[in-house]
Design a protein around this ligand. Sequence first.
Ligand code: NAD
Length: 439
Amino acid sequence: MAENSRIAGFRNMSVNDRRSAVAEATGLDDGAFAQIDATAFGPEQAANLSENVFGVFSLPLGTATNFTINGTDVLVPMATEEASVIAAASNAARMARPQGGFSTSSTQPIMQAQIQLINVADPHAARSRILEHQDEVIDLANAQDPKLVEVGGGVKGLDVRLVEAKSATYVVVHLHVDVRDAMGANAVNTMAEAVSGSLAAIAQGDALLRILTNKADLRLSRARAVFDKEMLGGSEVVDNILHAYELAAADPYRAATHNKGIMNGISAVVLATGNDTRAVEAGAHSHAQADGRYTSLSTFEKDAEGNLVGNLEMPMPVGLVGGATKVHPAARTALRIAEVSTAKDLAEIIVATGLAQNLAALRVLATEGVQRGHMSLHAKNLAVSAGATAEEATAIVERLIAEKSFRFDRVQALLAELRSGARTPDAQGTGAQSSGGQK
Ligand code: NAD
């Protein structure tokens, strides 16, 4: 784990200095950083992952600082195009440090495969027949993946559900598979396909769908943190954050945006580590609706001292083997930065990041609103897209902040002004600031 995830002045460093600081904190060598560079993952390598490939789409890769998880410091790799997300996560993690940072835990890594059986005359009796034969079904499934069984995984149980649908009652068999350090989709799909013939014979019907469910509700990770009242801005800010949370808990319109803020952090770490963002997002959506009503994925309350306590529990189907995690060079470096050795460790880092992101956004919304900080960062994008050099962009951003105007035509006018030497923008701002994330 990182020696110290608090790296003073990290955001103001050059890219090379940031690499040196990350290397110092994690022990990474130059070779690891070379794997992040565009040349390490060109179209040739990309063509091994997807189809019809003619190029590579790059995204910013950074690291959130200040995270302590279960008493250990960690640098959190994040890939995101959205301004202020990484800064916001770092800022919230800083506010959790005085109370010990994040505490995390997980269920066993159980993924479920579904086998849909159709044309079954007696669904209730079929369910009983399948349960009578469950040991042989489980043995057949485990025989498909000796490697998984060898590392302690494999099928741990079987469930049979009767799903009343419009035209029939489907017998739906669930294999509960401990996938250890894999995300597990391929592993459980292979098992589902292998046992479907036997299940159809036992049920005296036909097997149709044989695939995992992304409602990974048996594979949950949790993060908890106490955010310091004074660092948040005092007890009024804590109360307002609680009002903001309560609206999300009560109102699906707000909950969708609240959860999007959580996913700003979650998806960035999932992506950086080569994991499947869609699988994690599908799991999150289904979990937010677990009680039949769409609501906040997180909860917030006050502790006895008036500090803010946040909790986040959600499915986290991520792996260290399989998928792009092993073959994408930048993902491998990201996993080295996070210094994880199990999928459980990675899942918990991801959920802690989601909680930090959530708190940062709530705090900004409950105080100054997102636009000030967000637009300051957005101004830099505007300046660059207008063709400004880095030096020109800095001057333009400062001017836009001072003017509180973030219009593209104004950016173009300021750039023209700068280049004509007509006047120097009288900088007043302090450059890009963190908005604390959005949402
Ligand atoms: P995988 O099949 O490539 O790797 C898993 C395999 O690695 C296991 O079956 C096991 O044989 C082996 N293994 C070795 N060491 C292991 C360890 N310590 N722990 C666990 N397994 C170990 O990959 P996967 O994780 O089964 O599947 C992930 C991929 O499936 C992702 O790319 C995902 O995008 C894709 N996928 C997702 C969906 C979906 O979410 N609906 C559907 C299909 C495919």
